[in-house]
Design a protein around this ligand. Structure first.
Ligand code: PLP
Length: 441
């Protein structure tokens, strides 16, 4: 062997545990230690690990036809999966462009929006407005739309300058008259941003219906998304809902926008579409967008090798079959309620500032002073201390930092498999309880 460090890890100073097996909500390391996968991988392993029937269809599809290139051919699995997803999607979101993940989905969505406007003679429309604290992916366009400076600062010379507005973040809202009860000032900022940029220049607005990267579960105010929808319509701006993490059941509905009865022009999905069994994502678009391509006879000037990949398509179909047969979504909102009820007891700790949940996206914001919401100094890494304690005790969760001002503001996040039982939720909360107690002391 030439070297024993050939693998380039993201953090070269971290010692990574070597995981060898997954079963249900658990992962096992090479020493046999069991961990609850409290974030379901990256929020994607919605159905849990080690699903035999998914493994079987993967094998079968690999033997039957692992690949056919979408530029030259199509395949029945892609035709079927796109129809199934269109049937589940709200309104006339009837057409799907498949890709390999969330970043590719958002990149593709931006190009689809740009071509849509070009095909309708609006050649100036090119800006994508987005929100601070948003995460839309790691590729250049997706990063440009993301609002997390610490993840993108090194690369800003390469980005288009996309305008940003405030997210909907009731716990730390700074708009006058809001005080935790959204009065939609944040949504109306979109109108100001469009007017400032010139409506003739704005192609689209992108937002996650529920933030889960920059904010530990940023749940929008009641009419927030409806207001956004109206503003976009007024200025012929396409509304892209980034449902990469919220889609395919994470919040209890196939798509989170359904909670607010809003039909965006595009939904980008990923993660849960394959429950982590293969790379898979996609762009769901409304009839008017699809029609603009058909009527203009323009090809979509874009392609990835793995578009409509047969193995990924077969997995996507199996995932939907399991969600339906096991009635996976039926319990998700009950588990949200259960999590919120059970974590009430954590409020005995003064460092617990706020606890939020939408379906099985859960976040606990940690503060130095819960009355003033003053954060801990970032260098204390309070969230990370709790995550480290949890990891030692067999629970893998994510710590977030910077929710206040990119530097300060700690939290912990969880997004376990949707199959997590009530007893397992108790087990998760018990570990977090002890972790918070230890850190607070
Ligand atoms: C909301 C959102 N959009 C986009 C992405 C990027 O997806 P991927 O990592 O599959 O490229 C993520 C990933 O965490 C996400 O949460």
């Amino acid at each position: 062997m030439k070297t024993n460090n050939a693998l380039f890890h993201r953090d070269l100073n971290k010692k990574y545990s070597v995981m060898v097996r997954g079963e249900g909500i658990y992962l096992f390391d090479e020493d046999g230690k069991r961990y609850i996968d409290g974030c379901a991988g990256a929020g994607n392993v919605t159905l849990g690990h080690g699903r035999q029937r998914i493994a079987e269809v993967m094998k079968d599809q690999a033997e039957t036809m692992a690949f056919c290139f979408s530029t030259n051919f199509t395949n029945n699995l892609a035709l079927e999966l796109s129809s199934r997803i269109a049937d589940l999607a709200p309104g006339d979101l009837n057409h799907v462009y498949f890709v390999s993940g969330g970043s590719e989905g958002n990149e593709s969505a931006f190009k689809i929006c740009r071509q849509y406007h070009l095909q309708r003679g609006n050649s100036q429309k090119q800006l994508i407005i987005s929100r601070w604290k948003a995460y839309h992916g790691a590729t250049l366009g997706a990063m440009a739309a993301s609002g997390m400076p610490l993840l993108k600062n090194q690369f800003t010379p390469w980005f288009p300058n996309f305008p940003k507005i405030s997210p909907c973040y009731p716990y730390r809202c700074k708009f006058a008259g809001c005080e935790g009860n959204c009065n939609l000032s944040c949504a109306r900022q979109l109108e100001q941003a469009i007017i400032q940029a010139g409506p003739e220049n704005v192609a689209a607005f992108i937002a996650e219906p529920v933030n889960s990267a920059g904010i530990a579960v940023g749940i929008p105010g009641d009419n927030y998304l409806n207001e956004i929808r109206e503003i976009c319509d007024k200025y012929d701006v396409l509304f892209i809902a980034d449902e990469v993490i919220t889609g395919f059941g994470r919040t209890g509905k196939y798509f989170a926008v359904e909670h607010w009865n809003v039909v965006p022009d595009i939904i980008v999905f990923g993660k849960g579409a394959s429950s982590g069994y293969s790379p898979l994502g996609g762009v769901l678009m409304r009839d008017k967008i699809y029609d603009s391509f058909r009527e203009s006879c323009e090809i979509f000037a874009h392609v990835f090798t793995y578009v409509d990949n047969p193995v990924a398509m077969r997995i996507g179909l199996e995932v939907l079959a399991i969600i339906e047969e096991e009635k996976i979504l039926d319990e998700v909102s009950n588990k949200e309620t259960y999590f919120l009820e059970k974590t009430e007891s954590l409020k005995k700790y003064s460092i617990v500032g706020d606890i939020r949940a939408k379906g099985m996206l859960w976040g606990i914001e940690l503060v130095k002073n819960y009355k003033t919401k003053e954060p801990f100094p970032a260098e204390l890494k309070v969230g990370q201390q709790i995550a480290d304690y949890a990891f030692k005790n067999g629970l893998s969760i994510t710590a977030g930092q910077g929710s206040l001002d990119w530097v300060d503001g700690d939290d912990i996040r969880l997004s376990p498999p949707l199959t997590t039982t009530y007893k397992q939720i108790d087990e998760i909360i018990a570990i977090i309880d002890k972790g918070i107690m230890k850190v607070q002391l």
